[in-house]
Design a binder for this molecule. Structure first.
Ligand SMILES: Nc1ncnc2c1ncn2[C@@H]1O[C@H](COP(=O)(O)OP(=O)(O)OP(=O)(O)O)[C@@H](O)[C@H]1O
Ligand SMILES: Nc1ncnc2c1ncn2[C@@H]1O[C@H](COP(=O)(O)OP(=O)(O)OP(=O)(O)O)[C@@H](O)[C@H]1O
Ligand SMILES: [Mg+2]
Ligand SMILES: [Mg+2]
Lengths: 228, 228
């Protein structure tokens, strides 16, 4: 499903060059549950942006569902992304002037889903993450963990075949975090959804079947999750 | 140092009323290391905003260093806050158009510290949190955990007597998080800095001498940190 080869991402700011990714290669099959771990600044979010088709690499190749992503037009890319992926951003990236419901409806608006159906599906997604009573709240009227859950609901509402989640339980207490991880687990085991998540938490990584370890923009490990 | 009595905070949005804090009472002495824990949406950040003089309660009283905070003028309040407190926000709240260095200099600009000294102290604070090589980067050129460390450096740069930190290691890998907690521990034990932090992580809470547990805007526990 996902084939990444020698992926490079370099940021240039005047004289300074940051090599966020320095040649990363791996493959992920449909139905896998993969965790990405590594120190702060090691390239995890950069890698997620590549996989999520939100950013283009400086070098190397990325194939998603057999398609070379760099060969696609912007339009075809947006369409592939909307159809296939659900993304939970590290900083949530909610629209501040939209309500929780409107934020979660966004992916369905993009897909042309009719409004009654869209509203219904968004309500369900919000209820699943425990935010069913906050539909009309705006992000700045919600706690950090509540905002994170809105972002998770938005990633799920389009029933994507791949969920990319950048530290999806970072702002959640243990009990709520466990509920969200159980949800991802069900989607993975029962519906075959491919889950790729970034985490610093070994407890979260244990839900995955496989852990990719990153350090300084390089893959330094690819194996089972940390033992207890 | 900190005396909170029957603190109430109610948010009204049209017909909906959210009771974020429903009458919270406790006292914290100079030199204590306190953790605040509780479910997502339970009122922790709201309580931190009260203690940090960033928000006024709807009811009850709050005394800081013997002064009733609600009796102060805005000016006197800002001055007390700048002199006494260092705050790490849950969402970091960095100025997006300022560099890391400029962001960390802010509290010292407010205090009228001369520019050479200010720059020097900001550099030291950034080096202490491992961000010494990113002085000229802007927040959107930094990873989540790097931004969080800038926010921590900014809270420390004024050598405050009280540090308020809302989930200060949420975006950090285990090793970096442990470095930050060791830093807070040194400031507390060696320099007598009062540390009050919100966390979801029992590992972090164990650095504290005392844990205040919140649920639905009410204090439900006040005792030692969770056992291993
Ligand atoms: N500006 C606001 N307007 C309306 N309601 C608010 C506002 N800020 C917070 N709330 C509500 O007050 C309650 C407490 O929020 P608070 O941010 O203190 O929770 P928290 O314990 O910090 O949660 P988390 O662990 O998710 O960060 C929540 O129900 C939240 O939705
Ligand atoms: N827009 C940008 N411009 C310049 N440098 C950047 C940019 N975005 C990220 N970087 C740098 O690229 C490196 C990797 O960043 P990335 O966000 O992928 O790290 P991360 O592993 O997600 O870290 P964290 O765990 O702290 O979220 C970091 O050194 C970061 O400073
Ligand atoms: Mg990141
Ligand atoms: Mg909070």
């Amino acid at each position: 499903l996902i084939v990444v080869r020698e992926l490079v991402r370099t940021y240039r700011m005047g004289e300074v060059t940051v090599q966020a990714l320095r040649g990363v290669s791996f493959a992920i099959d449909q139905g896998e549950f993969v965790a990405i771990m590594g120190p702060s600044g090691s390239g995890k979010s950069t890698l997620m942006n590549m996989i999520g088709c939100l950013d283009a690499p400086s070098g190397g190749s990325y194939q998603l569902a057999g398609v070379e992503v760099s060969a696609l037009s912007d339009e075809a890319l947006s369409e592939l992304r909307a159809r296939t992926l659900g993304f939970v951003f590290q900083r949530y990236q909610l629209l501040p002037r939209q309500t929780a419901l409107q934020n979660v409806e966004m992916p369905l608006i993009y897909r042309g889903v009719p409004s009654a159906q869209r509203r219904w599906r968004a309500r369900i997604a919000l209820t699943i993450v425990g935010m069913g009573e906050r539909l009309d709240h705006r992000p700045n009227q919600l706690s950090g963990g509540q905002q994170q859950r809105i972002a998770i609901a938005r990633a799920l509402v389009g029933s994507p075949s791949v969920i990319l989640a950048d530290e999806p339980t970072g702002a959640l207490d243990t009990a709520t975090g466990a509920e969200i991880m159980a949800l991802f687990q069900r989607l993975n085991r029962i519906q075959g959804v491919t889950v790729i998540l970034v985490t610093h938490d070994p407890e979260v990584a244990r839900y995955a079947g496989r852990v990719l370890r990153v350090r300084d923009g390089v893959l330094i490990g690819d194996g089972p999750p940390p033992a207890r």
